[in-house]
Design a protein around this ligand. Structure first.
Ligand code: DO4
Ligand code: MG
Length: 279
């Protein structure tokens, strides 16, 4: 049926439904130790080959997506360059005690694997941002990792940093997936390769590679600021900032394919639609 289900993926390319689990958000209501036991001991439905499953974005309920900014030197440099008049805000936040955190998406706007990402019709310079995203439970514990594409309008943000919500939050701006890798299966989250390729009309238009080793913040430090003075009853997804920014004059075009791979976590692939918003 078309009902969304929660499943466990095994390394032999099979997926089995987690019996009795109605939503991901429900899982984020358990402390990490309980979640781990629940996943290890949960009863599973029939195993289905991955190819027969339509993967949805791994987010539901009222779980929000937030994102951190200017957490890699590459991002700081790109922002300083695109916004000469306001460059110091980026310089300052890179070394400030409080990180830059911003709201990115509600679940219904999130685009899953193979879905269409959007570029705003009123933007002229647009880039994908490949980011490691943390899945955080309601207690502020990191329970898993996924891949986030924090699509951004460089022309709108570059005009004035106060335009950040317009540059970052719009129809099709947030890609997430292809699944969640449990935290206990990743040995060192500070040593993950991040790769991005952008293909246009059958040709490689841009590619780059970096590592979470260059992250300028600690993951739990980012989470602690996100939980400070706030509540996330259905847990929260926190994207940790980009380590790759295709330099100007690069801009995304309608029909581009963006693939982001994070070692041990997964590969998120999407196509780009310019002016994706209906109406
Ligand atoms: O400061 C603006 C946003 C930065 C961002 O999204 C990033 O560094 O990934
Ligand atoms: Mg970003």
């Amino acid at each position: 049926s078309a009902e969304p289900r929660v499943g466990l993926y095994d390394d032999d390319d099979g997926v089995a439904e987690l019996a009795g689990v109605r939503s991901l958000a429900g899982l984020w209501a358990s402390p990490l130790a309980e979640l781990r036991e629940r996943l290890a001991g949960g009863s599973l439905g029939d195993r289905v080959p991955l190819g027969e499953v339509d993967l949805l974005a791994p987010i539901d309920g009222t779980t929000e997506v937030w994102a951190a900014g200017v957490t890699y030197e590459t991002s700081r440099e790109a922002r300083v360059e695109e916004s000469e008049r306001a460059a110091t805000v980026y310089e300052l936040v890179y070394d400030a005690e409080r990180p830059e955190l911003f709201f990115k998406s509600v679940p219904w706007r999130v685009v899953g694997p193979d879905g269409s990402l959007g570029v705003r019709a009123d933007s002229v310079v647009d880039v994908p941002e490949p980011e490691l995203a943390l899945v955080v439970n309601r207690f502020g514990e990191i329970v898993g990792y996924t891949v986030c594409n924090d699509m951004s309008s460089r022309s709108i943000e570059g005009e004035n940093p106060l335009y950040l919500p317009q540059a970052k939050i719009y129809f099709g701006a947030c890609g997430l997936g292809p699944w969640i890798r449990p935290v206990w299966e990743i040995e060192d989250p500070y040593d993950l390769k991040i790769e991005m390729t952008i293909d246009r009309e059958g040709r490689r238009e841009w590619s780059g590679e970096a590592s979470t080793a260059r992250l300028h913040r600690r993951l739990d430090e980012l989470v602690s600021y996100l939980m400070r003075g706030d509540v996330h009853p259905d847990g929260v997804i926190l994207s940790t900032g980009t380590c790759l920014v295709p330099p100007a004059p690069f801009t995304l075009a309608d029909g581009d394919t963006v693939e982001i791979g994070i070692g041990g976590v997964g590969v998120l692939r999407n196509t780009v639609v310019r002016g994706a918003a209906p109406g």
